[in-house]
Design a protein around this ligand. Structure first.
Ligand SMILES: Cc1ncc(COP(=O)(O)O)c(C=O)c1O
Length: 452
């Protein structure tokens, strides 16, 4: 086992968060003109990346190649990808857009992995030309790869995603190892396992296996079982091939995040310890490893900060109308049971609000009744000009924008502790301006329909 330097314990993330909120308000990053923004804690992100690396380093045999490929869908922001790249991570991409972001961040092909169930021939050709790793999602995609690799040699490591069909977690939409999931080759279907083994024997260039059994809501045991199935399949293929054909196992991401408190639980080490118990052979150095974590790297290190525009009362319920709604907290608004978020109340200067909590709905700006990020939430009474922070929203909330009502994509700002108890800032993404909204909404084609 590698000696692992334990990462420093979480310092006072919550205290720094409060300082950042006050500074964001004082500096006008959130203001009457820009009433909502995302904030990212750079120190916390670095720490999570270090914890991920250390958790695997503790159990892997010396010299084992390990690539932690950040799932770009969790934060499709070039500065975030570059920050993580500096921390030794790569990128897992699932579309030409995500690949372009990874490249813009300077992530090298050798640290990039392409997954997606719907890769076009052009996307595959680009990936193979670049030499980035590709996980085929189906037998149909393997057929395409046959043709493409025959016509142009590639240095891309190529693999196949399988679905161990072990069942789902607590959120259906996040469960990718159900019997009928659209992802990967369904391994327990009739003849599927034999076909997978044969597909490898027929294709000497197929050297990886991939599984991602789900995201948020998956029990760790089920995730580890998925990896065990992947490992056993690799062992079977290698035995039948009489050589170590499968040399890398891509075990996906999916570590769930605690949205109920500041505690980081489970930790990466909880997972690697369980993996080590469940699949000891995974770590003995015969297999290179790829991981694809997204949410667990960023969620705890980001928040959405929004001004309270109005407050009112309806049917005896207090309602705070804010600027954080479905446009940024899309999943929370449309599936509130699956994606509850903590809401912190701050006053007009961005100081934590005190006062006896009363039940309040925290509403967004969208024009539909369900645009609520919290219902009957006990909070100190909010007033116009106050602020609310949606906590633990560093992952997916800045990459899942919903364009309803033509609300602009909010700006995102990174923060780190500064001198004298201050906060240093960097722009991660500027707020979208109305002119950009008009442009992306067909502004250049204003006469198009009237001329038909
Ligand atoms: C193939 C794949 N890998 C990795 C991830 C990242 O999952 P998480 O953010 O839960 O770690 C996803 C999420 O959808 C995925 O589909």
């Amino acid at each position: 086992m590698n000696p692992a330097t334990p990462p420093p314990p979480p310092s006072s993330d919550a205290a720094l968060r409060d300082r950042a909120v006050a500074a964001a308000v004082a500096q006008g990053l959130v203001s009457a003109a820009d009433p909502v923004a995302g904030l990212l804690d750079v120190t916390g992100i670095r720490r999570s990346a270090a914890e991920l690396r250390a958790a695997f380093a503790e159990f892997t045999a010396p010299g084992t190649p390990v690539l932690h490929a950040f799932a770009v869908k969790a934060a499709s922001l070039v500065p975030v990808l570059r920050l993580l790249a500096r921390e030794g991570l790569g990128c897992e991409v699932a579309s030409p857009g995500e690949l372009a972001l990874a490249r813009a961040a300077g992530v090298p092909p050798a640290r990039t992995v392409l997954d997606s169930p719907a890769k076009t021939p052009a996307e595959l050709r680009e990936a193979l030309a670049l030499g980035i790793a590709v996980n085929a999602d189906s037998f149909g995609e393997l057929d395409r790869l046959d043709a493409l690799t025959a016509s142009a040699p590639t240095s891309s490591p190529l693999g196949l995603r399988v679905n161990p069909q072990l069942g789902g977690g607590s959120i259906d939409a996040m469960s990718t190892a159900t019997d009928t999931s659209k992802f990967g080759v369904a391994l327990r279907d009739e003849d599927a396992r034999e076909r997978v083994v044969q597909a490898f024997l027929d294709r000497p260039w197929l050297t990886r296996l991939h599984a991602h059994v789900g995201s948020q809501g998956m029990p760790l045991e089920l995730m580890a079982d998925g990896v065990r199935v992947l490992y056993e399949l690799a062992e079977e293929i290698n035995e039948k091939a009489a050589r170590a054909q499968v040399g890398t196992l891509d075990i996906g991401g999916g570590l769930p995040v605690n949205f109920a408190s500041d505690a980081v639980s489970p930790a990466y080490r909880d997972y690697t310890r369980l993996l080590h118990r469940t699949v000891p052979g995974l770590f003995d150095g015969r297999y290179g490893l790829v991981t694809e974590f997204g949410r667990s790297l960023l969620a705890k290190h980001g928040l959405v900060l929004a001004r309270v525009e109005y407050t009112k009362s309806a049917g005896g319920r207090r309602v705070a109308v804010t600027h954080a709604g479905a446009q940024i907290a899309t999943r929370t608004v449309f599936a509130p049971e699956a994606w509850p978020v903590r809401v912190a109340a701050y006053d007009a200067q961005g100081r934590p609000k005190t006062g006896d909590a009363v039940a309040q709905d925290v509403a967004g700006p969208c024009c539909f009744a369900g645009d609520l990020v919290a219902r009957a939430r006990p909070l100190p009474p909010l007033e116009p000009g106050d602020h609310v922070a949606l906590l633990d929203t560093g992952a997916y909330y800045f990459s899942t924008h919903f364009a309803y009502n033509s609300l602009p994509r909010p700006g995102v700002h990174g923060y780190a502790p500064g001198p004298d108890g201050g906060v240093r800032w960097a722009t991660v993404r500027a707020a979208q301006r109305v002119a950009e909204l008009v442009a992306e909404s067909g502004g250049a084609y204003g006469d198009a329909l009237t001329q038909l």
